[in-house]
Design a protein around this ligand. Sequence first.
Ligand code: GAL
Length: 333
Amino acid sequence: MSNGNYLLKSAILCLGLIAGMRVSAQKLTKISPGEIWPDDKGEHIQAHGGGITKVKDTYYWYGEERRQGLDSNKRYVSCYASTDLMNWKFKGDVVQMTDPENLGRHWILERPKVFYSKKSRQYVMYFHLDNATYKYASVGIAVSDKPDGNFRYLKSFRPLGHESRDIGQFTDDDGTQYLIFEDRPLGFHIAKLTEDCLNIDREMCLMPEHMEGGAIVHYKGLYYAIGSALTGWRPNPNQYATAKSLEGPWSEFRDIAPKETNTYGSQSTLLLKVAGRKDTTIVFLGDIWKPKTQWDSRYLWMPVEIGDGKLWLPQPKPFKIDVKNGTAVKSPQ
Ligand code: GAL
């Protein structure tokens, strides 16, 4: 082998090794609440105020894309895919939209949530659509034939004619899908979607409590609803209530964590049910907002202690999750 050839081969080998190290270094074996969460490219995940949709064995995480340097006239929704909930592949910004309803500068698209309609075989994204003063208070809908987009804007409306700001998603064990929405005059709505997910079928319940970042999980015969108080980007003590039926009656709301921690600095966005062969783990998904540096906002994901009408978010610690078995274990730091 000539000297030149030898050097070239060595260089290729070195690059290969480095690339290999990068890949293996990227493989995450735990979720670390509050830390930078790198995607497959090593960049902090941008899926704020997000939701999760499971398609076969793949979880899709959609959220507000808030990276720096975006076109300030547009709003973006990102999509990430994972089969283990720890390692996420960036699938792109599946919504890149200019003001769809003439809402003016600083228009708002927040808290995207995606429902899959078996009937129409479409992915239907709901989001909070608003103007700068939060007076439009509506949901927007965009649809796609594939989970990873692109999503096409369809329409906006006020669910059941009511004001709607923060929204949440809930799919029951029987597959029925619900939109949760915060209505400033009235309270916390749970509304059943039509089969094509493009409209509201009917109201299940209206709780008079004013809660946003709403989320629900069905666990061992009880529904648990959580939400946060209305304090904007500032965290507050999130609370939960329980009911045997979505229609209620619902219990009173109680704290999910020590009051003084303000939910460890986070705000609820989803309760994720990970049902596996051995067990079922419910994971609290929250946002740790950084209003002045939104791109650096973090995530607080943490399995909750749940059962017999009680729900508790323990002190956040890194944990490893096993989606096949439905188990989670605290992992060494
Ligand atoms: C929060 C809400 C966020 C965002 C923020 C704006 O209460 O949960 O999604 O709307 O207010 O101040």
